[in-house]
Design a protein around this ligand. Structure first.
Ligand SMILES: NC(=O)c1ccc[n+]([C@@H]2O[C@H](COP(=O)([O-])OP(=O)(O)OC[C@H]3O[C@@H](n4cnc5c(N)ncnc54)[C@H](OP(=O)(O)O)[C@@H]3O)[C@@H](O)[C@H]2O)c1
Length: 225
């Protein structure tokens, strides 16, 4: 099967791309940096200019993983900060999905996986910009799920809590930070890329009978006390 993983040069997207490749699928990647061993379509979500002709006619799944992390008090966010987070997390996905739609339709049962964050559901201080952008991702997920169900295209999202990837490196850079973060999660640890890749794989099942869902993959953070 043919998959597009956007944001496959590090973290969760890299884990997903490698997993799909190891299962014998054809995996196309798109982000700013090249990914060794996989076809790469140069793509910068902050100024989207995707070359859709580089993709095959039929796409069985699209995973959109680019994300941002800007945490600070609300009064210190500039309008540009909000615009950047919205651009990379939401409008980049809009651009990719609009261009991929004919190819997803052709697969007759394709899956789309987007990335939200636990911060969209929980009220977390200093997360105003990313919480707003990821809430928009969740709205987009539900709206496209409704609109594309007749074409058998399923659209779901995953909302991770803190996961040990380059994106979160500044929050997990010392053993003390790692331990404090682990303790905040009811299941006693932060996430690893593999935890999220397993959930993506679940949402890429061709016969998935689920759409418009936001899967909380967060060590119990969002739904327990
Ligand atoms: N890690 C966490 O704690 C956490 C928590 C909640 C939600 N999430 C979400 O999970 C998703 C994956 O995050 P991650 O932790 O795996 O992040 P990551 O390690 O930073 O990887 C992000 C990927 O997206 C690509 N990317 C970033 N900015 C881009 C841009 N402007 N244009 C094109 N590609 C871009 C990067 O590639 P290039 O740099 O090569 O372009 C990279 O391949 C994100 O949507 C993130 O918001 C993560």
């Amino acid at each position: 099967m043919n998959y597009l993983v956007v944001g496959a040069s590090s973290g969760i997207g890299a884990e997903v791309a490698n997993l799909l490749k190891s299962q014998g699928h054809q995996v196309f990647t798109a982000q700013r940096r090249n990914v060794e061993g996989l076809p790469h379509i140069p793509f910068d979500a902050s100024q989207p200019n995707f070359d859709f002709s580089a993709l095959p006619d039929e796409l069985h799944g699209v995973v959109y993983a680019p994300g941002t992390i800007q945490l600070k008090p609300f009064h210190r966010f500039s309008m540009e900060d909000f615009q950047h987070d919205f651009q990379v997390n939401v409008l980049g996905a809009v651009h990719v999905l609009q261009g991929c739609l004919p190819k997803l339709k052709k697969a007759n049962g394709a899956n789309v996986v987007l990335f939200s964050s636990v911060a969209a559901q929980m009220g977390m201080g200093f997360h105003a910009s990313i919480a707003a952008a990821k809430s928009a991702v969740e709205g987009l997920t539900r709206s496209l799920a409704a609109e594309w169900a007749p074409a058998q295209i399923k659209v779901n999202a995953i909302a991770p809590s803190l996961t040990n990837t380059p994106l979160a490196s500044s929050l997990l850079s010392t053993p003390e930070k790692m331990e404090a973060s682990a303790k905040r999660h009811p299941l006693g640890r932060v996430g690893e890329s593999g935890d999220l890749a397993a959930s993506v794989q679940f949402l890429l099942q061709p016969n998935l009978w689920m759409t418009g869902t936001v899967l909380q993959v967060d060590g119990g953070m969002g739904n327990t006390k």
